[in-house]
Design a protein around this ligand. Structure first.
Ligand code: ADE
Ligand code: ZN
Length: 357
């Protein structure tokens, strides 16, 4: 995992034409934690509104504290930051702000994660969490034209019972959810801990995805279980799969999509003399890669365009590969086929126009 806990400068752009092409391209995003879009400025505004005192003098001091070197050290900062989210309006403001940024970058469709157990723990009712997010989704669709859906994530290092309670509470809002996911600290929390949760979610018609963060203990075991046992519909991150020709073949055969976040886990390092570029290695292995921003507020405020432009530079992506990543984005959608085809048609029209200009 890269050491990335610091403010970044604007992404370097070696190929300005490619950057313009990326910026104008219709895009989808699947791996974005809403709480990870909580910018420092909004944290201060919400703290003020909710009568909370934050242990930072100002935005700059808060951002300077975003220093982490692995998943647990990142998660500690991320969970601490979300404590300012208390009321329905807070979840509305958080969600609308992300959707407005995404729409401004020509993201036309997104499926967003949220971590309800963390909010329930603080006494925030599920109705406030999902209610605020859903109201913002509706407003953003009407006002900004961005379509979105919501994925309830299980916080895997809390108890299995806590995750089941969150699922049961969340099912009262079934119409507002498209799927369930699995995030947080992977150490000692393999996907099979959530077998019953995934089965119940599926029985309610929800789709299933799971984080297999890069370079975690038994990462390949987790990917294998997610694919073979839990039969997930997507994998979030999953970069270590390139170390296993058997799992690569299985994922290809299944047409599995991976939501890769190069800002957070763009490099495989564990035990390797030479680090491996995850995006390049997964594309070269013939896997269905999509690109996402993960937790942009904690990753230099780089949203999808910035992430794609940086990835294009770093992984030497051609324009054809960029278009493949965007097409994978729409193909991976948990939407009816006709809607996916309509989005793909928008992308194809954009590419054709760009080819002839
Ligand atoms: N929660 C928020 N971002 C995460 C990530 N990248 N991996 C696991 N859990 C997370
Ligand atoms: Zn994530």
């Amino acid at each position: 995992m890269a050491t990335i806990g610091r403010a970044r400068a604007v992404a370097p752009v070696k190929d300005a034409a490619l950057a313009r092409f990326i910026a104008g391209m219709p895009k989808a995003e699947y791996h974005v934690h809403l709480e990870g879009t909580l910018e420092a400025e909004m944290k201060f505004a919400l703290a003020r509104r909710n009568g909370l005192q934050l242990p930072f003098a100002d935005v700059a001091a808060m951002k300077a504290s975003y220093r982490y070197h692995d998943l647990p050290s990142f998660l500690a900062i991320y969970y601490d930051g979300m404590k300012v989210l208390l009321r329905e309006q807070d979840f509305y403001d958080l969600t609308y702000a992300y959707l407005a940024k995404a729409a401004a970058q020509n993201v036309i469709y997104t499926e967003m994660f949220f971590d309800p157990q963390e909010h329930l723990k603080r006494g925030v009712p599920m109705a406030a969490v999902i209610g605020g997010i859903s109201r913002a989704r509706r407003d953003a669709r009407t006002r900004l034209g961005i379509r979105s859906q919501l994925i309830l994530c299980f916080v895997r290092d809390l108890s299995a019972q806590s995750a089941m309670d969150a699922l049961d509470t969340g099912l009262a809002f079934r119409k507002d959810l498209v799927g369930v996911g699995l995030d947080s600290d992977e150490a000692g929390n393999p996907p099979e801990k959530f077998r019953a949760h995934f089965a119940k979610a599926r029985a309610h018609g929800l789709r299933v995805t799971a984080h297999c963060d890069v370079d975690q203990d038994d990462t390949l075991g987790h990917i294998r279980t997610a694919l073979l046992d839990l039969k997930v519909d997507r994998i979030d991150h999953g970069g270590n799969i390139v170390e296993s020709p058997e799992l690569v073949a299985l994922a290809r055969q299944r047409g599995m999509f991976f939501t890769v976040c190069p800002t957070f886990s763009g490099t495989l390092r564990k035990g390797l003399a030479t680090p491996v570029d995850v995006v390049r290695a997964m594309l070269d292995a013939g896997l269905n890669v999509t690109i996402s921003s993960d937790d942009p507020a904690y990753m230099g405020s780089e949203y999808l365009d910035d992430v794609l432009i940086r990835a294009a530079d770093r992984s030497a992506l051609t324009r054809t590969e960029i278009v493949t990543l965007a097409r994978n984005g729409f193909r991976a959608a948990w939407l009816p086929e006709a809607e996916k085809q309509a989005m793909l048609a928008r992308l194809n029209a954009y590419v054709q126009r760009a080819d002839h200009s």
